[in-house]
Design a protein around this ligand. Sequence first.
Ligand SMILES: NC(=O)c1ccc[n+]([C@@H]2O[C@H](COP(=O)([O-])OP(=O)(O)OC[C@H]3O[C@@H](n4cnc5c(N)ncnc54)[C@H](OP(=O)(O)O)[C@@H]3O)[C@@H](O)[C@H]2O)c1
Length: 305
Amino acid sequence: MLHKASRIPTVLVTGSNGQVGFELRRSLVPLGRVVALDRKACDLTNIDVLRDVVRSVRPDVIVNPAAYTAVDKAETETELAFAINGTAPGVLAEEARALGSLLVHYSTDYVFAGTGDKPYVESDAVGPLSVYGKSKLAGEQAIAEAGGAAIVLRTCWVAGAHGGNFAKTMLKLGRERDSLRVIADQFGAPTTASLIADVTAHIIDRAWLHGDRMEFPGGVYHLAAAGEASWHGYATEVLRYAASKGVELKVDPEAIEPIPATAYPLPAPRPSNSRLSTRKLRETFDINLPAWQQGMHYLLDQLLP
Ligand SMILES: NC(=O)c1ccc[n+]([C@@H]2O[C@H](COP(=O)([O-])OP(=O)(O)OC[C@H]3O[C@@H](n4cnc5c(N)ncnc54)[C@H](OP(=O)(O)O)[C@@H]3O)[C@@H](O)[C@H]2O)c1
């Protein structure tokens, strides 16, 4: 019996060498033809090239994990941060709309002021404290203004096997230093790049490629692992797990000193409360989000010798 040949969808991924971009190269492969481009092949500061790339690839879906993520440097490189995080996502949204394609973009807990201790829901008032947060908010707004089918996944405290992150830094310092002091009054959910990439693939597959496009529930969603921790709790879990796997540490995981954020001043202010409510995402797309420790253990299993 002959089956009707179906067209294989094309998915364009920017920033393919970042933490999330790297994992997307794995998670999106079963969906179709993945065209994953790094900064050299698709520079978000060059709008003409960006438009040309999208017009020549003609993707069914654009996934945009590329971003200016140097939070402290953004305080002085304001223009560059806004070009990459603010202007370029709007251009991608315009191009996606012209093609009738879906844009998937990532944003951050830094769009909030981080007051209180309740998990933020998507409709809560924004109030970024830093240039980075403001530039990411500008990207969200540019996408909304462009119209078309788009989904923005706000995430937090990302760690992946590829690229630099807090978990890797703690592993390194735990081996090298005699003592560690870590901030204990900022809270969020450590979220692995692989979880973000897997959820992205699930949404695209179920809701866009095999769903009713007229009914596609676009908009902003919060995506983070379940549970919460302070940076201090996060560091303790990383070193405890490493020790349980036989890694020789100079620092006793139970002896990491908790300090207030005021004792570790940085150029860009950070939100104290990075808790994100993920109920909307879980209920809309039937997604289970595991406890952050589960993802972290899986990541550490890849990182540990
Ligand atoms: N990391 C976090 O904790 C965190 C928290 C909340 C939200 N997010 C958001 O999650 C998304 C993914 O973050 P991530 O952790 O995967 O970031 P990442 O590891 O820093 O990766 C960002 C990627 O963007 C690329 N890039 C930078 N400037 C570019 C340009 N002008 N043109 C094209 N590509 C450019 C970088 O290229 P190079 O490899 O050449 O540098 C890098 O590969 C971003 O939207 C970020 O804002 C991240």
